[in-house]
Design a protein around this ligand. Structure first.
Ligand SMILES: Cc1ncc(COP(=O)(O)O)c(C=O)c1O
Length: 450
């Protein structure tokens, strides 16, 4: 047996070291860590890929001592930049099982058990949005892949319906939509029909109707956000659903970040109308407490996705003759990791009530933080939060001040924060998803802006 594939004493020692590392990583608080320049890593790590190998002890040492400390711990409770992560312990541990299992979760023929469990999790997600029982979907790598795959399905369905293509295909969206939606348009070589947003940055049914009435040529879909990333705002989903229904347009909802809040009674009414979408996405690696990478992509009618995405190859014909809905057929991919399994295992372990409580606690922290900002004279809230993102300004600060701020705060290991822009102004942004983030973390961050 080749030594790389033998389970010998050395492998046993490696297994112990890896499990010990992983255990320590999730058992004890980890530092936030920092950003390091490539030259520094080059110098400290040295040459790691060599004909004779450097051995696992040395590779693991380099990872632990040099590379891991130069990699931000996005699950740290004071990591509140971009959209952070907060995977449950069960989900992270089961991810090790997924890695060890060599499951190809492309089709039922070789991934039945794993796909069954993923489908359980997908059914639960679909149910949160009020989708019918025939809905179905697949876990893809992230929101970008989910949005792209949904829009490819939408365009294919529109082409079938109209029996041809217009001069240019377009989909309608506001400029507050996630950048991955615009990237999908580029990949698909379609145009984005920009709909003006309201004062909170929302796509509304009225705004959409006005834009489509003025020029709706070639439009095959509308993309709404349920938790737009920059400000965490939920679009007027019910109004958009009405406008799409009137015009026979595909209604896609990007709930990659915000979809977790479907579980939270305190904000659930904001999502009214999502049940009428043709497709929607939620990223469990954001606020549903799963490890990277996973996006649940759900279709009202999965047959339309199969028509758009199924690949044809002679070596796949037997597999495709089975009467199953195969994950490979529902998005732009073939081979896939069973990346929905950590979410499934964690949901099964803790139960959905624990998820609801954790998400409500994050929403409560967001409201407490808004109060805290209002109490501080040097800070101004830009708008009331819908979900768990806060935008606020530090009066008198320039762009450079915000830039210096995030670096200073990370150097001091107080927090990982990033500024953003709102209506052309540089402002501060906090995004919460971690139930372990406390008001003390928040006060420490706000204290750095005094
Ligand atoms: C609303 C929204 N959509 C899509 C994406 C893209 O998701 P991913 O980074 O998983 O590709 C993000 C990522 O932050 C997002 O917040």
């Amino acid at each position: 047996m080749h030594r790389m594939h033998a389970y010998d004493d050395d492998t046993e020692e490696l297994a112990r070291a890896i499990v010990a590392y992983a255990r320590n990583r999730i058992a004890s608080p980890q530092p936030l860590d920092r950003v390091a320049p490539a030259e520094e890593l080059e110098r400290r790590a040295g040459r790691t890929i060599a004909p004779e190998g450097i051995g696992w002890e040395e590779a693991l040492r380099i990872w632990s001592e040099v590379l891991a400390p130069a990699t931000i711990s996005t699950d740290h409770p004071a990591s509140v930049a971009f959209v952070p992560a907060a995977p449950t312990k069960a989900s992270v541990l089961f991810d090790l099982v997924v890695g060890a299992s060599s499951t190809i979760a492309a089709g039922w023929i070789d991934g039945a058990g794993a796909i069954w469990a993923e489908n359980e999790a997908l059914r639960w997600v679909a149910g949160l949005a009020g989708f019918p029982g025939e809905a179905g979907g697949v876990f893809v790598s992230g929101g970008s892949a989910g949005n792209l795959s949904a829009l490819v399905t939408a365009r294919h369905a529109a082409a079938e319906r109209r029996g041809g293509r217009p001069a240019r295909w377009r989909f309608a969206a506001c400029d507050t939509v996630h950048s991955s939606v615009v990237a999908a348009a580029r990949v698909m070589d379609v145009d984005v029909l920009e709909v003006p947003h309201d004062e909170r940055g929302r796509l509304t049914g009225d705004g959409l109707r006005r834009t489509l009435d003025a020029d709706g040529e070639g439009v095959f879909a509308v993309v709404a956000s349920a938790g737009a990333t920059n400000a965490g705002i939920v679009d007027d989903l019910a109004g958009v659903a009405d406008a799409c229904a009137d015009r026979g347009l595909w209604f896609h909802v990007d709930a990659a970040y915000g979809g977790a809040a479907l579980l939270a009674p305190s904000v659930r009414p904001l999502f009214d109308g999502v049940e009428r979408a043709d497709s929607f996405i939620v990223d469990p690696h954001k606020w549903l407490f799963a490890p990277y990478d996973a996006c649940a992509l759900i279709y009202r009618d999965p047959a339309l996705a199969v028509a758009a995405h199924r690949q044809h190859a002679s070596y796949l014909e037997t597999a495709q003759a089975q009467a199953t809905l195969d994950p490979a057929d529902l998005a732009y991919h073939l081979t896939r990791r069973a990346r929905g399994l950590p979410l499934w295992f964690s949901l099964a372990t803790y139960g959905t009530d624990a998820y609801r409580e954790a998400i409500e606690s994050v929403l409560a922290l967001t409201r407490a933080t808004a109060d805290e900002i209002r109490r501080r004279p040097e800070l101004e809230l830009i708008m009331e939060p819908d979900l768990s993102v806060l935008l606020f300004r530090r009066t008198g600060w320039t762009s450079d001040d915000y830039e210096g701020w995030w670096r200073r705060v990370l150097d001091a290991q107080v927090a990982f924060v990033q500024p953003t822009s709102w209506e052309g102004e540089r402002v501060a942004r906090l995004c919460f998803v971690n139930p372990n983030t406390t008001i003390e973390h928040v006060r420490a961050i706000l204290g750095t802006m005094a």
